[in-house]
Design a protein around this ligand. Structure first.
Ligand SMILES: [Zn+2]
Length: 270
């Protein structure tokens, strides 16, 4: 075998090994003008861990603080990220859910204890969900951004709101435990690492739980890491996120939900 042949064979093997590697999707949540500085730092530090693309969950009007797409500098930054292969995902509309009178224990658990009143799409009716998602899509399109996915704040997406997301031509959604292709209805189980940093006990529990979960993900077809801008403010949490993400990226391809779903569909057709 000549040297040249050996070289080209080994590069073919390297390419096919690359193609067969399992995937890693890192998502950055709650991206908005108010959290841009933190999100930029997260994206930059992920790049040092071999995660060169991620899914950015952008809130159209975070906590009613104003339209994200009217901030031209913010939009330019998102456009550049899209050009580099990152993905822009619609993440709720306002992100928060106003409390209501007479809520059940279950409603209180999910909307207050599990998440800090951030379950905007937990129990929105179909019409209002469709209005908000369609409006978000139109605002993003007007800003030359091309979101394909819709992910509800705190992954709390009620059945009516999920139908609305599909009818608004969103291609997929994710939950804490997996991803759903909204076109085919296919479900893919894939738990995500995610941290709760609101109090000391939550941080301690998060560190222990995510350490365990990262080990369990060794054989998963899709490993997911979900990062919030507030994670950056807690040294121990942030260091663990970088360490676990870096380890997962050693033998997985970092991709986006958009590209992962597209590849699944291509393989199914093949
Ligand atoms: Zn969120």
């Amino acid at each position: 075998m000549t040297g040249a042949t050996a070289t080209s064979l080994s590069s073919i093997f390297a390419l096919s090994a690359e193609a067969e590697r399992e995937a890693l999707v890192v998502s950055v949540h709650d991206v908005a003008p108010a959290t841009r500085a933190a999100a930029e730092k997260i994206v930059a530090e992920l790049a040092h861990q071999r995660v060169s693309v991620c899914s950015l969950l952008v809130v159209p009007n975070y906590h009613h603080r104003g339209s994200s797409t009217e901030d031209r500098g913010f939009v330019r930054w998102l456009q550049e990220l899209e050009t580099q292969g990152h993905e822009i995902v619609i993440h709720g509309y306002f992100h928060e859910r106003p409390r209501r009178d007479g809520e059940s224990v279950r409603e209180k658990f999910f909307t207050r204890l599990y998440t800090n009143d951030e379950g905007e799409f937990y129990d929105l009716d179909y019409d209002e969900a469709l209005r908000r998602i369609t409006r978000a899509r139109e605002e993003f399109a007007a800003a030359s951004l091309t979101p394909r996915g819709f992910i509800a704040p705190a992954w709390l997406l009620g059945p009516a709101a999920e139908r609305a997301a599909a009818d608004a031509e969103m291609e997929y959604t994710t939950r804490l435990t997996g991803l759903r292709d909204l076109r085919s209805g296919d479900d893919f189980r894939a738990r995500t690492l995610v941290y709760s940093v609101r109090s000391g006990w939550r941080r301690a529990a998060s560190l222990a739980w995510n350490g365990l979960l990262a080990r369990q993900l060794a054989t998963a077809q899709l490993a997911r890491v979900s990062i919030h801008p507030t994670d950056l403010g807690h040294h121990e949490i942030w260091q663990q996120i970088l360490r676990l993400t870096g380890r997962l990226a050693e033998n997985r391809n970092a991709t986006t939900y958009r590209d992962w779903v597209a590849e699944k569909r291509t393989r199914r057709r093949a």
